[in-house]
Structures are given as structure tokens and as C-alpha cells.
Design a binder for this molecule. Structure first.
Ligand SMILES: Cc1cc2nc3c(=O)[nH]c(=O)nc-3n(C[C@H](O)[C@H](O)[C@H](O)COP(=O)(O)OP(=O)(O)OC[C@H]3O[C@@H](n4cnc5c(N)ncnc54)[C@H](O)[C@@H]3O)c2cc1C
Length: 388
């Protein structure tokens, strides 16, 4: 007897899987670099909204499906299978990217930003990292915001900011108390695209290809109204970490989806490719690559499900989120690398999705906190006795 989801969740998962198989995966050959043109993306999102699969994890009071992290897990695996499923300006094809802080904003901010974002009409960016200070250590950020009457004036720069060249608004983090920094001295601000005093000055080319070109931003006396402070003044760091923890949990199913698809390709290829008169699948060297991958995928799935369940119980999942982030992203890198090896030269070509998976898996070991920094965080939890 296997662990199984309630029927309602299975039906949603199957509908999402069908959509991915029929509408999204066939587009991969055409848009190999995880870069859907705006009109194609808009059309897909329209279809997803029409079949009622949009915003499944958004609270019901905001018109979403109200599914928790555990129920979303198998759905996220299906979305994660494609190199086109995740990482778009408007979200992950099936969901708007909405900064969680907006749910607690004033009615007028909700009217102008939250509801349009939920409908997929407005897109956003998240600006924490900087070039001059360490992205791993955002408490060292240098961008400042100073109160001036009813406004705040922001000066500084941001680096690596995804989607900022086109998004309608963003959440920008700035130091409001240099002494306190991450202990009450960093604040989150909502910045509208039309606000004077900031601009995206350059896009940064990366190994991730056209779909992964973040931006450098500059802020020069950028004036934002006090109403655009998200959460309490000084509490921005806590807010950012909460958002990042949620994203890190999503790395579990996203990685498992892709790794499982890659493994299936490896199994199928090894069952038909012969070298020296024997099937690859009969070689122990090949079998072990497949087996190690299956074990690691299985472990990641259960680790991620457990973390999702704990998140739904309202428990502190900071340590589990770090564990999932490290294990899932490193697992995906290893599995895809092995599957490319099994495919030989063809694995290295852009005819298969494996090379795109590998390039983006490499990035995932750095974004949302590099593996080393999460290991450092886990060590801190262990030393505090969190595990025992
Ligand atoms: C494609 C892409 C998109 C991104 N999108 C965004 C975005 O939308 N918004 C945003 O705010 N940021 C974004 N980032 C930034 C990303 O989160 C940072 O790159 C990441 O946090 C690492 O920061 P850093 O690059 O400054 O590396 P650094 O902090 O300088 O670290 C460099 C390396 O040093 C090592 N290291 C660091 N600290 C430790 C330690 N304590 N112990 C051991 N080793 C350590 C790690 O190996 C690390 O990779 C994006 C980055 C990329 C590449």
C-alpha cells in the first residue's frame, strides 16, 4: 500500500499533468532556453485560468485554490518536469508571483497591486541582492532608505534582480537603521515601475540562457510614499527570509520533477542502445548511475513532503527548508549529469532537454542561498540543539 493523496488533489494533479504533457512540453523544442515569448506565455496562462488551475496555492479568500504545501507538492512536481514550467515573470505558469507582504498591505495598495498581480495582469520583482556586498549575507546590504516627511528616499544599487526590466512593480529591501541591520534595521518597500529615481541599467547574461538574465538596478533619490512600506519599518529582513524559505521548499518538487523525467529518459535510452553487442541497461556501470539517481530522487521526494507537511502545521521549517534546498538542487545536478553521460553525445545536444536542465540546475545551487550558506545555517540549528 502506497501513500496516496485525497481524490480531489489527485484530480488536480492529473489535470495539471495533462496540460503539461499536451500544451507545455511540446513547446520545449521551439523555446529551448526556458524563454517563452510574452504572447505564447499569455495564451498558456489564459488556458490555465480557463480550466481553473490558476493560483492553486493562493488563499481562497483571494480567489485561489487554498491548497497547502503538502497538497501542492505533487502538482509542483508535474509543473517542474518541464524546462518551461517555472520561472516566468508572472510566476510559474500556473500561479501569479505575488509578494506575500502584499496581503498585509493597505486597501489601496491591495487594489492597485495585489489584485492585479493575482489576476496575472501585473508582474513583480524581488530586489535583495547587491554587487558590492555579499548576496549570501544580505544583512550587509548597502542600499539605504531615509525618512523624509511622508516619504522615504532610497539610494543605492541592486544586482541579479530577475524580471526587473519588465515587471510592473517590485519589493526592494533597504537599510533604514545601520546599527540594527538584520535585527530591525532593514525595511521592505514597494516600488512602482513608474516611480522616478530608479532604473534597470543592464541585463546580465548567464549560463541559464535568455530565460535567466537578471538585472542591475540603480536608485538615485528614489522617493516612495510611507504607504509603500511593506510590513513594519525595520522588519524587512524577516519578511524576506519568510519568502525565501517558501521558495526553497519549492526547490524540492521542482528538482524531483525534472530529475524523474531525466531518469526515465536514461532508463528508456539504456534499454535500446547497444554498445559492444550489449544493451547499456545490462552494464553494471550504467545500472548504478540509474540506481543511485532513483535512490536520491526518492529521498528528496520524502524529505520535501515532510518539510511541506511541517510547513502546513505552522512549524518552524527554517532548517528543513535549508536541507531541502541543498539536497534537492545537488541531487538534480548529479542526476542530470549522469543521464547526459548515459546518452553519450546526444545528451550534450540541444535536441534533448537535459543540457538546459543541467545549466539551470547549476544556477539553483547558488540562487536563494548557495549550498555552503545553507550548510552553515543547518550547522547553526544543530549547534542550538534543534535536531535533538
Ligand atoms: C540567475 C540569478 C538570478 C537571481 N535572481 C535574484 C533576484 O531576483 N533577487 C535577488 O535579490 N537576488 C537574486 N539573485 C542573487 C542570488 O540570490 C545570489 O547570487 C546568491 O545569494 C549568492 O550571492 P553572491 O552571488 O553575492 O555570492 P557571495 O555571497 O559572494 O558568495 C560567493 C560564494 O562564496 C561561498 N560562500 C559564501 N558564504 C559562505 C560561507 N558562509 N561559508 C562557506 N562558503 C561561503 C559560496 O560558495 C558562494 O557561492 C540571482 C542570482 C542569479 C545568478
Amino acid at each position: 500500500m502506497d501513500f496516496e493523496y485525497p481524490e480531489a488533489v489527485r484530480m488536480i494533479r492529473d489535470t495539471v499533468k495533462r496540460f503539461m504533457d499536451e500544451e507545455v512540453i511540446p513547446l520545449e523544442k521551439q523555446y529551448h532556453d526556458d524563454h517563452l515569448p510574452k504572447d505564447v506565455e499569455k495564451e498558456l496562462i489564459g488556458k490555465i485560468q480557463a480550466i481553473g488551475m490558476w493560483n492553486l496555492s493562493v488563499p481562497e479568500e483571494y480567489g485561489g485554490g487554498g491548497l497547502g504545501a503538502l497538497d501542492m507538492y505533487p502538482i509542483r512536481e508535474e509543473i517542474g518536469k518541464s524546462i518551461l514550467g517555472a520561472g516566468h515573470a508572472s510566476g510559474n505558469l500556473f500561479s501569479a508571483r505575488v509578494p506575500a507582504q502584499l496581503y498585509g498591505a493597505s486597501d489601496s495598495v491591495k487594489e492597485r497591486y495585489l489584485y492585479p498581480a493575482l489576476r496575472g495582469e501585473k508582474t513583480t520583482f524581488f530586489a535583495q541582492s547587491e554587487a558590492g556586498s555579499s548576496g549570501s549575507d544580505p544583512a550587509s546590504m548597502e542600499t539605504t532608505a531615509v525618512r523624509d516627511g511622508d516619504d522615504w528616499v532610497i539610494n543605492g544599487s541592486k544586482f541579479w534582480i530577475s524580471y526587473a526590466h519588465e515587471a510592473d512593480f517590485g519589493v526592494v529591501f533597504a537599510v533604514t537603521d545601520k546599527e540594527k541591520r538584520n535585527r530591525g534595521g532593514i525595511t521592505a518597500f514597494l516600488i512602482d515601475r513608474e516611480t522616478p529615481g530608479w532604473r534597470a541599467v543592464r541585463r546580465i547574461d548567464t549560463l541559464g540562457g535568455p530565460g535567466r538574465r537578471p538585472n542591475e538596478l540603480v536608485f538615485e533619490d528614489c522617493r516612495v510614499p510611507h504607504e509603500h512600506v511593506l510590513g513594519e519599518v525595520g522588519q524587512g529582513f524577516v519578511i524576506a527570509q519568510r519568502t525565501l524559505n517558501r521558495n526553497r521548499l519549492g526547490m524540492g518538487p521542482g528538482s524531483v520533477g525534472k530529475a524523474e523525467r531525466a531518469l526515465k529518459m536514461g532508463v528508456e535510452y539504456s534499454e535500446q542502445r547497444r554498445t559492444f553487442g550489449e544493451l547499456l541497461a545490462d552494464r553494471q556501470a550504467v545500472q548504478w548511475m540509474l540506481v543511485d539517481s532513483a535512490i536520491e530522487i526518492h529521498a528528496t521526494r520524502w524529505m520535501s513532503l515532510h518539510a511541506a507537511w511541517r510547513a502546513d502545521q505552522g512549524e518552524d521549517i527554517r532548517m528543513e527548508a535549508s536541507m531541502v534546498k541543498v539536497f534537492a538542487t545537488e541531487m538534480l545536478w548529479k542526476v542530470v549529469d549522469r543521464m547526459i553521460q548515459i546518452h553519450g553525445g546526444v545528451g550534450f545536444t540541444t535536441d534533448l532537454p537535459l543540457e538546459s536542465m543541467l545549466r539551470n540546475a547549476r544556477g539553483n545551487r547558488i540562487v536563494e542561498g548557495p549550498s555552503e550558506v545553507h550548510r552553515m545555517a543547518i550547522a547553526r540549528h544543530l549547534r542550538r540543539g534543534a535536531w535533538f
